[in-house]
Design a protein around this ligand. Sequence first.
Ligand SMILES: NC(=O)c1ccc[n+]([C@@H]2O[C@H](COP(=O)([O-])OP(=O)(O)OC[C@H]3O[C@@H](n4cnc5c(N)ncnc54)[C@H](OP(=O)(O)O)[C@@H]3O)[C@@H](O)[C@H]2O)c1
Length: 329
Amino acid sequence: MHNTRILLDRRPVGEPVPEDFRIVEEPLAPLADGELRIRGQWLSLDPYMRGRMNEGKSYVKPVELGAVMCGEVVGEVAESRHPEFAVGDLVAGDLGWQSMPTSNGTGLRKLLPGIPPAAQLSVCGMPGVTAWCGLMLIGAPKAGETVVVSAAAGAVGSVVGQIAKLKGCRVVGIAGGADKCRHVIEDLGFDACIDYKAGRLREDLKAATPNGVDIYFDNVGGEILDTVLARMNPFSRLPVCGLISQYNASEPYGLRNFRSVLVNRIKIQGFIVFDMKEHHRQAVTELAGWLAEGKLKYRESIAEGLRAAPAAFIGLLRGANLGKQLVRL
Ligand SMILES: NC(=O)c1ccc[n+]([C@@H]2O[C@H](COP(=O)([O-])OP(=O)(O)OC[C@H]3O[C@@H](n4cnc5c(N)ncnc54)[C@H](OP(=O)(O)O)[C@@H]3O)[C@@H](O)[C@H]2O)c1
C-alpha cells in the first residue's frame, strides 16, 4: 500500500501550471501510538489554495516548497491507534492532497450522519458555511431587498443566492457564460443572472436591478466589484468574501467607483469563515435542514483520482467548474 501525495514544487507566476506540482508515491509507515490512517474518498479544491502557493504575508502561512498541498479531505478511517477514532469512522480534516493521509487527530472531525460525505465539503461544509456567515451576519438580508452575488454558479455563490431567495429577496447572480447563467436561474431559482463575459455587465446589471443593490456578496473583486459599486443603494452592505479575479493577477485592479462607499454609506466588511466559528453550528444546522427539505440545490464537478487534482485546480481558477469542485480519490 502506498500514499500518493501532491507537493508544491514551485511558486506559480500568474496562472498555475501542472509543473508547479510534484506527485510522489511513498510506502505507508507503521502507525505510532495516537495516530490514525485515513483512506481518502474526496478532496476539496478551493480558490484559497492559490493564495497559499504564494510567498508573503496573508491571513495564514503559505505552503512551503516541497510540502504537501493543503486541502480538506473526507475519508474513512482505515487503521487506528487513536483512542477517539475507530476503523470505519468517516472523518474530515485539512489532510492535504494525499490519498492515504496519516493524522494524529488534530483538527479532525467526524462526519455528521444523514448528510452525504461529499456535501460536507460543499453545501454543508466550508463553502456553505461561508455563504451563510457572509450573507446572514454581514449582509443581514431583509425581505424585498435586492441581493447580487458573483461567481453565482460556484460553491459559495450558489448557496448565497438560494439563502437570499429563502429570505424573500430578489436575487441576481453574475456568472461566466450562458450555460452557467441558465443553471443559476432554472435550477437554483435566482431571479436573474448576468453573463459577465458577454461584455455588457453595466447595462445588464442596471436592467436586472431596477431598485438598485442592497447587498453585494463579492466573490471576485476587480472590475465586477467596481461595476456593482456604482449600483449600490444608500445603507447597503458589501461582504467581501473573495477576490478570485485578482488571484493570478500581477497588478491589482484599481477601483474607480469607490466614491459610492461614502455617498451611499455602504458597509463593507471582509471576512474569513474560520473567524466565525461560534456561528458554524447554526449555519450547518440550517443548511442541512434546507437540504433535507429540498430547498437547497447543489452541483458537484468531479475530477477522477488524485493525479487529476492539479488540472482540476487550474480549471477551477478559470471557471471550468459548475458548483463545488471535488476530486474523487
Ligand atoms: N472568505 C472566506 O472565508 C472564503 C471561504 C470560501 C471561499 N471564499 C472565496 O469565495 C470565492 C468563491 O469560492 P468557491 O469555492 O465558491 O469557488 P467557485 O465559485 O466554486 O469557483 C470559482 C469560480 O470563480 C469564477 N471566476 C474565476 N475567475 C474569475 C474572474 N476573473 N472573474 C469573475 N469570476 C471568476 C469562476 O466562475 P465563472 O465561470 O462564473 O467565472 C469559477 O468557477 C473565491 O473568491 C474564494 O476565495 C472565501
